[in-house]
Design a protein around this ligand. Structure first.
Ligand SMILES: [Zn+2]
Length: 87
């Protein structure tokens, strides 16, 4: 489950991390470098970050492309894999 650190004072957010401890490391580094090691005046938090859907869209695009190639050319994915020596 991805987590992301956000500083309300600076209105900035860190990267989404799979481990909460990595977001906590972002928080600690930000507090040290920007706020002298203190908690920001307007607060900060670590919350669940929405997963990136681009990976799923890329997979869907590749699958649609393979279906299109098979429909237009009649060459199946198995044929391509055998031609490439993967099967
Ligand atoms: Zn800040």
């Amino acid at each position: 489950m991805p987590h992301r650190y956000t500083c309300r004072t600076c209105r900035t957010s860190g990267a989404a991390h799979d481990q909460k401890s990595d977001a906590e490391a972002d928080r600690d580094a930000h507090r040290i470098t920007t706020h002298g090691g203190m908690t920001p005046p307007d607060g900060d938090h670590i919350r669940y970050a929405q997963p990136d859907h681009r990976g799923a869209l890329i997979v869907l695009g590749v699958l649609c492309g393979l279906v299109l190639v098979e429909t237009v050319t009649g060459i199946s994915v198995d044929d391509i894999a055998r031609w490439l020596g993967l099967l």
